[in-house]
Ligand binder design. Sequence first.
Ligand SMILES: O=C(O)c1ccccc1N[C@@H]1O[C@H](COP(=O)(O)O)[C@@H](O)[C@H]1O
Length: 212
Amino acid sequence: MSDIRVKICGLRTVADVAAVAAAGAAYAGFVFFAKSPRHLTIDSARELALAAPVGLAKVALTVDADDATLDAIVAAVPLDMLQLHGHENPDRVAELRSRYGLPVMKAVGVADEGDLAALFDYTLVADQILIDAKPPKDAVLPGGNGLSFDWRLVAQRRWLRPWMLAGGLTAANVAEAIRLTNARQVDVSSGVESAPGVKDAARIAAFVQAAR
Ligand SMILES: O=C(O)c1ccccc1N[C@@H]1O[C@H](COP(=O)(O)O)[C@@H](O)[C@H]1O
């Protein structure tokens, strides 16, 4: 068994939280984005966060959320990290990190070499970076689309901050993705579902096992 840390994103039920904890994942992600099939109300997210055992880090994923929305989430839901998955610029990342006193992970979409420069800027202000596939231009969701990018783009890179690999990962490809990129953390949403927004406990367990 290796020390790979796994994040399972888009949990919607207390049973999902239990499955993620039983599988040995390190992070549980809660999505606050109305267009997503994984969107949670603040009350539901609070219930799920309170059901999480000690040691399972609770991450709130938002997309260009305003202060009022974030204030409400942070006030109600016990959290360990914010995941910013929109167009938040480095100043906004720094502002939110200081406003809430929580570690911030900034997601950056990658499709080609040219997208890697932005990553450097975010490593100066975020606690972690999440390297995801860039969504198609007409996509409704900026993530959670089950799309991968060319992992060779990040294969030989070193970043100033801890980072997580995401985008189209499944139990079938995560070991190869880790081998190629040397990622120590991975994040998955749609790859452990039986239908959009419906997590599958067996797929979650298989994913964590394959990642390790
Ligand atoms: O999961 C979602 O619905 C979602 C919505 C909006 C932004 C990001 C979202 N998920 C994140 O996307 C990546 C990759 O997901 P997938 O494994 O390819 O489905 C992951 O970081 C999720 O946290």
